[in-house]
Design a protein around this ligand. Structure first.
Ligand code: C5P
Length: 234
């Protein structure tokens, strides 16, 4: 997989999602899309098959976190959906991540790429110390989780573009950094705190940028997508 822009399809229904994707029907290379929990739980695997059938590469963002055996079996089911990228919480530990990889690997040896969420961006130092009883500095914890994911054989992590360089330094340049928190220079930040433009994310070494509202809520989403591609891929 080479560097790309992933559109976060955070729509509440399949109907809305398909209407949005229809804007790209004439494009030869269909955009890479992210399907999250809301749409998956609302519409089920059939929606994934439909979007795949339209020719879109898919990041299935379901963030699995359970005992190794359960995650392994769930990943085996997901591997049959022919998605390109899926994820889990590194907080489930190395045995869970290794089991996930095993489950994801199809009988012919192929598998979707697997990346880890390190610490959720909604978890700050206070929540970590008070609720999780983890006393180390947050950036150190994030890097340690990334390293554990790497050691377990995963392909990358979800992180901020601002952390992409550090992750590559620690885990190798081939270890994927998939980075949300992207805004065009003139955009409102919304609920995102630390944001970067597609061009900055490129300069910082992100492998994939995940872009939601700057594209989905734009007056002309197709034009916003093309702008993102141009800024990020050059
Ligand atoms: O609309 P926006 O560009 O903020 O959407 C970003 C997408 O990336 C959303 O689907 C959001 O859930 C996801 N995400 C994020 N920050 C993380 C992990 C995932 O914004 N740390």
């Amino acid at each position: 997989m080479s560097k790309d822009v992933i559109i976060a399809c955070d729509f509440k229904s399949g109907e809305e999602t398909l209407a949005f994707l229809d804007r790209f029907a004439a494009r030869e290379r269909k955009p890479f899309v992210k399907i999250g929990m809301e749409l998956f739980y609302a519409e089920g695997p059939e929606m994934v098959r439909k979007i795949r059938g339209l020719g879109h590469p898919i990041f299935l963002d379901l963030k699995l976190h359970d005992i190794p055996n359960t995650v392994k079996k769930a990943m085996a089911v997901l591997s049959r959906l022919d998605v390109d990228l899926c994820n889990l919480h590194a907080g489930g530990g190395r045995p869970m991540m290794e089991a996930a990889l095993e489950g994801l690997t199809r009988p012919d040896g192929s598998r979707p790429k697997l990346i880890a969420v390190t610490m959720l961006t909604s978890t700050d130092q206070t929540v970590m110390e008070r609720d999780l009883l983890i006393g180390r500095p947050l950036p150190e914890v994030v890097m340690h989780y990334a390293q554990t994911a790497r050691d377990a054989g995963l392909d990358g992590v979800v992180c901020s573009p601002l952390e992409a360089g550090l992750v590559h330094e620690r885990c190798g340049s081939g270890f994927l950094t998939v980075t949300p928190g992207i805004r065009f220079a003139e955009n409102e930040k919304g609920d995102q705190k630390r944001v970067t433009t597609p061009a900055d994310a490129r300069a910082l070494g992100s492998d994939y940028i995940v872009v939601g509202r700057p594209i989905t809520a734009a007056a002309d989403p197709a034009a916003a997508y093309e702008r993102c591609i141009k800024e990020f891929l050059g």
